[in-house]
Design a protein around this ligand. Structure first.
Ligand code: HEC
Length: 110
């Protein structure tokens, strides 16, 4: 019985260790980079320099601004212009994705 308690305590510790970075909401620019290069690069460039002149550059943009703009698209609060294109993209992003992407793009050289 003691053994069982010890085992479940160990399992709990492992789960906590695995989820702690997310619970603490620490943005992970490496995870952001992965998503950026696979999902966002076509329009914003892998390092945040848009290959298409009518799309915005993201490299070196303020992190907090990137977070708030992505959430505004996701909530459909940001409309007009080409916002509908970004609303579709942002709909698929979790808060964690948004934090990671903002951490990544804000660290790129404009
Ligand atoms: C199909 C093309 C496309 C893709 C893919 C795309 N975006 Fe966008 N994004 C746009 C366009 C177009 C705008 C400008 C929308 C507007 O007029 O408000 C924009 C705007 C933004 C803005 C606001 C920039 C500013 O200066 O206000 C952010 C932040 C952003 N995108 C992040 C991302 C991220 C992160 C991804 C990947 C998850 C992504 N986008 C994927 C086309 C795209």
């Amino acid at each position: 019985m003691f053994n069982g308690i010890k085992k479940s305590a160990m399992a709990l510790t492992a789960v906590m260790a695995a989820t702690l970075p997310f619970a603490a909401n620490a943005a992970d620019p490496e995870a952001g980079k992965q998503k950026a290069t696979t999902v966002c690069a076509a329009c914003h460039g892998a390092t945040g320099k848009a290959p298409i002149p009518i799309y915005p550059n993201l490299a070196g943009q303020n992190e907090a601004y990137l977070v708030s703009s992505m959430k505004a698209y996701r909530n459909k609060e940001r409309t007009g212009g080409q916002a509908v294109v970004m609303q579709g993209q942002a709909a698929a992003l979790s808060d964690e994705d948004i934090a990671n992407l903002a951490a990544y793009y804000s660290k790129q050289t404009p």
